[in-house]
Ligand binder design. Structure first.
Ligand SMILES: [Zn+2]
Length: 66
């Protein structure tokens, strides 16, 4: 694997598997990003003062609880 490092890129923790979700530095609201580990897609639901809010893109399903 090539070592890439982009300035400004962020990594957030996947809400499902705890893996890394890579966020491009120039990400925009409502863009789709995906978890490096489980592949779950997230939509950028908002950006507040540089803090990104993610919501699972397929959260249309019913509650995931037990
Ligand atoms: Zn994941």
């Amino acid at each position: 694997m090539a070592k890439e490092r982009k300035i400004g890129e962020k990594k957030l923790e996947c809400q499902i598997c705890g893996g890394k979700v890579t966020i491009p530095a120039d990400v925009m609201e409502s863009e789709i990003v995906s978890c490096d580990d489980c592949g779950l897609e997230y939509e950028i639901s908002g950006v507040n003062n540089g803090t990104l809010q993610l919501k699972p893109a397929d959260s249309i399903k019913e509650d995931w609880g037990e």
